[in-house]
Design a protein around this ligand. Structure first.
Ligand code: BDP
Length: 339
């Protein structure tokens, strides 16, 4: 009798638990996307950058706005610090629909989408303003929407500043010093070609492997912006940094096509608006961390050198424009027309 009673209580508890929750499962997938209007659907958003990093701040603002705009029908949990895997696997999961949303960098995305690479071409923009005009203009919109062809949806671009080289071997003051250095790049053919065109030997690897690779001498250096150079701790193992940057790539807020297709037109608009509105918050956090991280790096005693004459570097990467320019021709023409 006791046993029967226990089973009955257990059954009731299980039924209650099943009715009360309509959030996504532990595998990163939202299992119950068709909840009744009373219930809320909880989505997962992945970011490899740590808590407090500007992209995470932006993603949290996006999550807040989505919840507000949909009257709590959609909630988004942001998983920072690479808890849900590295960028390449996050992108693959988005394509499969086993990840709902993510903030990933534009460079690894070039391997999955044939338009975004145009924004990663070296020395493309002269000013921040030009860059943002393109990102938030017609070209930017065309690129974001093109992700639907890759089983994803692009929602907005976030700032990633300028990527510059750093090394623990020697200060890079021009092509002579880049030559022969082993530089880590992100996992993309375009990234490899740029660094090789400058005379270095490119070593693609995931972000979280870079610190120990520099420390143990597997590579001489890498390239990134001040906030990443600082928060990753790479500045502790790579003493020399070189300005100016050579590339301004976007961070991208992306979703799975599966999620996108499950949204009503009205909710699609809410997600899109929330993404666009979160840009200001991300950019503010970005600008603050650029200043703070540069100060901290200088205070640590790192040597930051300036390349006086950038022209030879621009000339060196012409081969990249020749090799990849054809694929991006239409978009590149539009960008050059706009500027
Ligand atoms: C940082 C991006 C991050 C990239 C990382 C990298 O925020 O998403 O994965 O660079 O170099 O700037 O891998």
């Amino acid at each position: 009798m006791k046993k029967l009673c226990f089973s009955f209580i257990l059954l009731i508890v299980l039924v209650l638990v099943a009715c009360g929750s309509n959030s996504s499962g532990g595998n990163g997938n939202s299992n119950n996307k068709e909840g009744s209007s009373r219930d809320s659907i909880t989505l997962k958003l992945a970011d490899i950058q740590p808590d407090g990093f500007p992209t995470v701040v932006g993603a949290e603002e996006f999550a807040k706005l989505v919840e507000e705009k949909t009257d709590g029908r959609y909630k988004i949990d942001v998983y920072a610090g690479g808890q849900l895997g590295d960028e390449k696997s996050i992108i693959e999961e988005l394509q499969l629909g086993s990840m709902d949303l993510a903030r990933v960098n534009g460079v690894p995305l070039t391997e999955f989408n044939d338009k975004i690479g145009v924004l990663n071409l070296p020395f493309l923009f002269e000013t921040q303003e030009e860059k943002w005009d393109v990102w938030t203009g017609e070209v930017g919109e065309e690129i974001l929407e093109s992700f639907l062809d890759n089983n994803m949806i692009g929602l907005a671009f976030y700032d990633n500043g300028e990527r510059f080289f750093y090394s623990n071997k020697k200060a890079i003051k021009g092509l002579d010093e880049i030559k022969g250095q082993k530089i880590r790049v992100q996992e993309s053919e375009l990234a490899i070609d740029i660094v090789e065109a400058l005379g270095a030997s490119a070593t693609p690897m995931a972000y979280d492997e870079v610190y120990s690779a520099i420390q143990t001498g597997v590579i001489d250096g890498a390239e990134n912006n001040f906030p990443s150079f600082y928060t990753s701790g790479h500045y502790e193992v790579a003493n020399y940094a070189t300005l100016p940057g050579y590339q301004s790539v976007p961070e991208v807020l992306v979703g799975s096509k599966e999620l996108w297709d499950s949204l009503s037109d009205e909710d699609k608009q809410h997600f899109k608006d929330a993404a666009m509105e979160s840009i200001d918050t991300q950019r503010e956090a970005w600008d603050e961390l650029v200043i703070e991280s540069q100060e901290e790096i200088e205070a640590n005693g790192n040597e930051i050198v300036e390349i006086d004459d950038i022209e030879p570097l621009r000339e060196a990467v012409q081969s990249v424009y020749e090799k990849h320019g054809e694929v991006y021709k239409d978009l590149l023409d539009k960008i050059l027309e706009e500027n």
